[in-house]
Design a binder for this molecule. Sequence first.
Ligand SMILES: Nc1nc2c(ncn2[C@@H]2O[C@H](COP(=O)(O)OP(=O)(O)OP(=O)(O)O)[C@@H](O)[C@H]2O)c(=O)[nH]1
Ligand SMILES: [Mg+2]
Length: 325
Amino acid sequence: MKNNFIDFINIFCKSGNGGFGSSHIKKVRKLNKWIPDGGSGGKGGNIILLGTSHYRTFYHLKFKKHFIAESGYIGSRNNKTGLNGNDLYIKVPLGTIVKDNNKNILAEIILNQEKKILLEGGFGGKGSKILKHKMKFHSLSGIQTVGIWVTLELKILADIGIIGFPNVGKSTLLSIITNAKPKIGNFSFTTKQPNLGVMKYGYGKTYTIADIPGIIQNSHKGKGLGYFFLKHIERNSILLFLITSESQNTKIEYLILLNELNQFNPKLLNKKRLIVISKADLIQTKIIKQKIINDFKTEKIIFISSFTKEGILKLKQKLLQLINS
Ligand SMILES: Nc1nc2c(ncn2[C@@H]2O[C@H](COP(=O)(O)OP(=O)(O)OP(=O)(O)O)[C@@H](O)[C@H]2O)c(=O)[nH]1
Ligand SMILES: [Mg+2]
């Protein structure tokens, strides 16, 4: 499968050099003197990050790795300052973190249309006029900038993350409670990259929900698709654990998921959780349903069916309640 979900990429960035100051001198005939009149150089362009909700990954940066902003222009006679170099904008998805080689965070983009200067352009060199040097035609070169390699890392911004084993109905649920149209299939690992959807609820309120690829026992050891997708739930405020009623032991499935999360980042266990049992339409008898309830004992669970819509309204209400709590 073509993988166009890129959540990690290295790029080279360099802001523009400052323009040269002009060393121009002009003859003032009346005084019969040469006087310096060279203008300063223009400022180099900045490298600016621009948050763009239109982008969901770094795929658009895959084939362009070097970002070099325009240099400032040289100053000229009559004390004219050179033009500034144009800024260079790098469009990034919301949730982008930029790090240098030592893993220091240089910038973070959260909001749509948010702008942050990643690298400032060099200042222009002074021209002969402003320098007033005894060597009349003296001027300075602008600041020469140094380029660096930076890492762009994406951690999706969503209010709710759906986590579960493969084939439990995560994408189907996303498709019925949000506007998303993810791929659905009756086999494991249909979803190979996170899907995002927007749920509308209440008066004009919207919530973003992420459907994360299936997690299995030992995902943290690289089984299945691995567990690196879990970084995308680090910023979710609520984790929705989806466990199918077809499971032999729903509670054990839940504990396995918790363990995988713990292996990835123990802080994930501090988030608000909601346990949801999917495919309730497949539960044949009340005894089986009661057994699932008993398995979870004190923990509250919600039964849903994306097919019959059983429990969907209750689920939405519960999510809203959790978000606001
Ligand atoms: N009976 C029943 N089947 C469902 C329900 N929800 C989803 N399914 C079916 O379960 C299968 C898996 O659904 P998906 O939504 O692709 O499951 P998933 O958890 O996203 O799977 P992966 O992406 O592989 O992790 C599909 O055949 C769905 O039609 C439900 O409420 N009831
Ligand atoms: Mg899926």
